[in-house]
Structure formats: C-alpha cells, structure tokens
Design a protein around this ligand. Structure first.
Ligand code: T3D
Length: 259
C-alpha cells in the first residue's frame, strides 16, 4: 500500500509509504491519500499525515517521469490536474482538521502537501526545500499560494528561488511549523495535538479553517458577513449548546456525547 491508514482513538494516522523513493508522489500515493482523507473525515475527528522512513515526501517521483523526456517530455499540466491537485484539494477540504508530522525532508509537492495541512510539527532531523526551480519548474500544489501568506513575499521568493534547505528551527521561527520536536517525540506530539482537536467540534474547526484561508480575498465587510453566516448556523447546533452549558457548569464539554 502506498498510503497506510490506521486510527488511534478518534485520530487517523495517514502514512505515505514509499520509503525507498522518499515517499515521492505518483498516482497511487495521490489516490491513496485522497481515499485516506475521505475515510478520516467519516471515521475520525482529526488526522495526522506523515511519511514512512527518512522522508516526509520528496515531491514528484522524478524516476517515473524520466522515460518521458525522450519522447517530447511529460505533460506536467495534465499530471498536476490528475495527480497533484486532487491530493492537496482533498487535504484542504478534509472534513476534519489535519496535522502534518514532518518526519524528514518535505520537498517540492511534498512541501505543498505539508503546507496544505492545517498545522505542522517538524522533527529535528527534517528539513524543507522548495526544490521546483532546481529542476527548471515553477512551484505547484499550492506552494505559491501558501508561502507568501505564511512567511511574506520576500521570504517566499528566497525559499522558492534559492531552494535553500530550511532547518526545523528556521521553519518554526518563520511560522511555517508550530514547533520542532525530537525525532522520537514527533508522532506523540502530532497525535497529541490532533487528539486535542478531536475533542472539539469538527464543523467548528473546519469552518474556521475556511474562514481564515478565504479572508485574504475578502473585504472587511465581506469577512464580517461570512462570519455572521457561519456563526448563525453554528449557533443552532447541539454542540454549541453543550459548549456553553459546560462552561457555565464548570466542566469539560463532551461534544462527542451530543453529536
Ligand atoms: O509530475 C508532475 O506533474 C510534476 C510535478 C512536480 C512537483 C514536484 O514536486 S517538482 C520537485 C520534485 N522533487 C525534487 O526535485 C526533489 C528531488 N530530491 C532531492 O532534491 C533530494 O533527494 C532531497 C532534497 C529530497 C533529499 O536529499 P538527501 O540528500 O537527503 O537524499 P538523496 O540521497 O538525494 O535521496 C535519497 C533517495 O531518494 C535517493 O535514492 P537512492 O539513490 O538512495 O536509491 C533519491 O534518488 C531518492 N529520491 C529523492 N527524491 C526523489 C527520489 N526519487 C524519486 N523522486 C524524487 N523526487
């Protein structure tokens, strides 16, 4: 299986599993990830995405593309549409929040995938690299959309033009990752964060994610209107009623018990 799926309580752990190729992306990784994220959205309340072996994900599988250069080159626009876009779209639209546990290098579209997750924690031995321009391409998988928002245009240009290896410390300082943890603590920390999210209300979390992501393209008045629409909807839910009652009764809300 190119993508492994298991659950730990209410948390899905999704593992890219082509370690001999640094979990490089081809069709089965993409379709496996789409399927796993869909399953996580139905069966769990939060998901962690990580990689098997030494890498998180090295981006497109360059060995798979290589034979096509003798016959005019691959149709990368088509590859993006069929392989890469479904994967990152499934990530940003996942019905539960997602945490990337970056266990090793995240390069190219592998970086794009990590950026598409809601939160990121990174292991001490990992690093990030844009990688696209090192092989004469432009960034893909949403990298040009995420990076300037996360680190500003100047740093985004530095990372994408130089392909520098961004250390965990720098990735955390830049705000791309929440924190750096030791290699052996990575999965415990990532599933711990996901577990905390699982205690909350998936609809509240994924709607908040959408409002934050879409805010940059809205006027202030439009953002207020969108907030009002969603607040109005969520205000009628049993989970909101439980949250308010739990606060007033000085107890932890039990959102699972009312959903
Ligand atoms: O298809 C399309 O539509 C195009 C879409 C493109 C999207 C993209 O993602 S473009 C960017 C593609 N990715 C890259 O260009 C990254 C290439 N890899 C590297 O630059 C380096 O390998 C890494 C920075 C990722 C890691 O460096 P390092 O020094 O830690 O490891 P290494 O020795 O270079 O690689 C380890 C092994 O993984 C090695 O195999 P081997 O020699 O041990 O058998 C290497 O060939 C393999 N590997 C690494 N990246 C890829 C890969 N195999 C296939 N595809 C890869 N992308």
């Amino acid at each position: 299986m190119s993508v492994e799926y298991r659950t730990e309580g209410d948390v899905a752990v999704i593992t890219l599993n082509r370690p001999d190729r640094f979990n490089a992306i081809e069709g089965t990784i993409s379709s496996g990830l789409v399927e796993a994220l869909s399953r996580a959205g139905v069966e769990t309340r939060a998901a962690v995405i990580t990689g098997a072996g030494r890498a998180f994900c090295a981006g497109a599988d360059l060995a798979e593309l290589e034979p096509e250069y003798d016959s005019g080159g691959p149709d990368l626009a088509e590859h993006l549409e069929n392989v890469f876009h479904p994967m990152v779209e499934a990530t940003i639209e996942c019905a539960v929040p997602t945490v990337a546990a970056i266990n090793g290098v995240a390069a190219g579209a592998g970086l794009g995938l990590a950026l598409a997750c809601d939160l990121r924690v990174i292991a001490e031995s990992a690093f990030l690299t844009s990688a696209f321009t090192a092989i004469g391409l432009t960034p893909d998988s949403g990298t040009t959309w995420w990076l300037p928002q996360m680190v500003g245009v100047s740093r985004a240009l530095e990372l994408t033009l130089t392909n520098k290896r961004v250390s965990p410390e720098e990735a955390t300082r830049l705000g791309i990752c929440l924190e750096t943890v030791s290699d052996d603590q990575l999965m415990g920390r990532a599933t711990g964060i996901a577990g905390s999210l699982a205690d909350m209300v998936p609809d509240s979390l994924v709607t908040t994610r959408r409002l934050i992501r879409e805010a940059a393209g809205r006027t202030f008045a439009e953002a207020l209107a969108e907030e009002q629409t969603e607040q109005g909807r969520l205000g009628k839910t049993v989970e909101h009623a439980e949250g308010v009652r739990a606060f007033l009764e000085k107890r932890k809300a039990d959102f699972r018990g009312v959903g």
